[in-house]
Design a protein around this ligand. Structure first.
Ligand SMILES: NC(=O)N[C@@H](CC(=O)O)C(=O)O
Ligand SMILES: [Zn+2]
Ligand SMILES: [Zn+2]
Length: 346
């Protein structure tokens, strides 16, 4: 029986660190196990300019524990006003790694996102030219499309046509939740990839809705039926480098989650590596955990893997605190619903 596992230090290719008191509390949680992370720009107001990204980067660095080597990889939030030259300069200087496309209204803090995709065509062409990846929240926002269908419809109606209009654009389909997205993501190696979250490998829509409504499992895109979870699990454990970890750890205070109109987002930064080790072991794929968490992301982004390692150790069930305290209020940690035996020990 394997009871120790040493991996190249993982990265998180999609995380929300927020700002202010929340940032102070959650940045150390991500920095503990991860070497780098793609930092989502959906603050209020969003991070749309290079100057805003530079200021946000310094606030993140200021929230890290002393001696931390964690490296935030910044993103810009694309709007219909984004200036292709400002974006290209931010990328060329190394300040910004990618740009994030939110369909307006698709998710938390996406009001400034894109409504008319033609308007961002020049920016996307510039990104293709300079090799800057586009990360996308892939859901349509049409009121007449069922929420469980919004990801699959986005691929057909928006993403595939957009990629045909902008050949050469590197795209990361963020936090995929469907078999359709997993199939599409592998259709153009090196140009197209997908992040998969920890929680979408573990929960399906029954976990949210059966036997009572569980707001801490509500996120966007919403978890789908079990067949889709199984497709994601197969993708994540397949060893195909087009799939890599993006936790989408998205903290909201318990007040904001446990409400008549609760926010979307699952906070999983603290226990993600324990959860994933359990999931990959159950799938007899522990040997593929390193690719998914530490090798395939940097490969797609054209970066070297981290030079150091982490070690996970298996033992008696580990107890994580049910929540973390933040200056903004308590934030509940993702509960996988099963015992966790693996813990990051060094
Ligand atoms: N995933 C979520 O449910 N929420 C994210 C936004 C996002 O990634 O779509 C958030 O910022 O809270
Ligand atoms: Zn999203
Ligand atoms: Zn997110």
């Amino acid at each position: 029986m394997t009871d120790r596992l040493t991996l190249t230090r993982p990265d998180d290719w999609h995380v929300h660190l927020r700002d202010g008191d929340m940032l102070a509390a959650v940045a150390p949680e991500t920095a503990r196990d991860f070497g780098r992370a793609i930092i989502m720009p959906n603050l209020v107001p969003p991070v749309v300019t290079a100057a805003q990204a530079a200021a946000y980067l310094s606030r993140i660095l200021g929230a890290l524990p002393a001696g931390s080597n964690f490296q935030p990889l910044m993103t810009l939030y694309l709007t219909e006003q984004t200036d292709p030259e400002d974006l290209a300069a931010a990328h060329a200087s190394g300040l910004v790694t990618a740009a994030k496309l939110y369909p307006a209204g698709a998710t938390t803090n996406s009001a400034s996102g894109v409504t008319d995709f033609d308007k961002v065509q020049p920016v996307l062409e510039k990104m293709a030219e300079i090799g800057m990846p586009m990360c996308v929240h892939g859901e349509v926002t049409d009121a007449d499309i069922d929420i469980f269908d919004r990801e699959a419809v986005f691929i057909d109606r928006v993403l595939d046509p957009l990629r045909r209009r902008v050949p050469g654009l590197k795209v990361v389909m963020e936090h995929i939740t469907t078999a359709e997205a997993a199939a599409y993501a592998k259709s153009d190696p090196g140009q197209l990839a997908a992040t998969i979250t920890t929680h979408h490998l573990i929960i399906n829509r029954n976990h949210i809705l059966a036997g009572g409504i569980r707001p801490h499992y509500y996120c966007l895109p919403v978890a789908k039926r079990e067949t889709h979870r199984l497709a994601l699990l197969e993708a994540a454990t397949s060893g195909n480098p087009c799939y890599f970890l993006g936790t989408d750890s998205a903290p909201h205070t318990d007040d904001a989650k446990q409400s008549a109109c609760g926010c979307a987002g699952v906070f999983s930064a603290t226990n993600t590596m324990s959860c994933l080790a359990e999931v990959f072991e159950a799938a007899a794929a522990l040997d593929r955990l390193e690719g998914f968490t530490a090798l395939f992301g940097p490969q797609f982004y054209g970066l070297a893997p981290n030079a150091d390692t982490i070690t996970l150790t298996k033992g008696d069930p580990v107890q994580f605190a049910t929540h973390i305290d933040t200056g903004a209020g308590p934030v509940t940690l993702f509960n996988p619903g099963f015992d966790l035996h693996w813990t990051v020990t060094s």
